[in-house]
Design a protein around this ligand. Sequence first.
Ligand code: MTE
Length: 311
Amino acid sequence: MPVILRRGWEIPASQVTPEAAVMRRRSVLAGAAALGLLPALGARAQTADGSPAKRNLAFDAGRALTDEKDATTYNNYYEFSESKNLWRAAQALPQSPWTLEIAGLVKQPRKIALDDLFKQVEFEERIYRHRCVEAWAMTVPWTGFTLHQLVRLADPLGSAKFVVLETAQDKTMPGLNAPFYPFPYIEAVTIEEAANELAFISTGLYGKHLPPQNGGPIRLTLPWKYGFKSAKALVKISFTEKRPQTFWEQIQPSEYGFWANVNPTVPHPRWSQASERLLGSDDRVATQLFNGYAPFVAGLYTNLKTEKLYM
Ligand code: MTE
């Protein structure tokens, strides 16, 4: 990514909230919500019947949660800014009503309102590690549903090989005026990757609506790939036979490829990927192959040895 690594995120370790403390705070909040002391959470952080999304314990992050404040105030979102400090500006992006277009190789191209979509999927909460290509990382609880459910609903034709996600271009986004970037932000995965159980559509964060700066109201979350694959503010899902050129691939194909699977032994051309800094702390930890999700996803790539899988 053509960005200079800034050191603004090097906050003392004392500011990191250990998971136990976060969970205590969450259970206090849940109790307060049950007593009617807090506004009810919207559908984006709930199951369809209004109850809070149940946490799926199949995915153990093995790390303390990142403090919510750090995860929601240090963001990458080039439509708003090249700076990490864009969360205030992003509040201007209207979150509702929101429509997702279903297009390309599908039985029936159409548009669906998010509120209608949310009635047709099963919500859950998952704690995932997130690894940015810039070598910082966070661990956060997402609410949402599997990408697989969205693909099934879109009903692609048998000829579809790629799932392409396009993101919003809105008048509230000052970064769209920068001449250098080929907006809209486009990301894509193979149809097999989209069917993997890890591939997730996030609509909530820390049990609340997904904040606009983190991609609200709806974003992609692919925890085994570098963070730039996890496109924010989705407005279109389409299906193609041909692999599209993704946003960062158009900008710098030698540094940001289509696959972008996390691998500590394959350095970025300009820096090492061997370790990562935990957001909100000075702690540096070893980066893991597929960001630690190899048991879930390594099988997707066994027949793709000639591809540049790790950039
Ligand atoms: N999606 C859009 N539409 N625009 C962006 O600039 N940045 C990506 C990804 N999704 C980006 C995007 C990058 S580089 C990362 S690391 C993650 O969002 C950051 O997500 P976060 O801000 O929620 O941590």
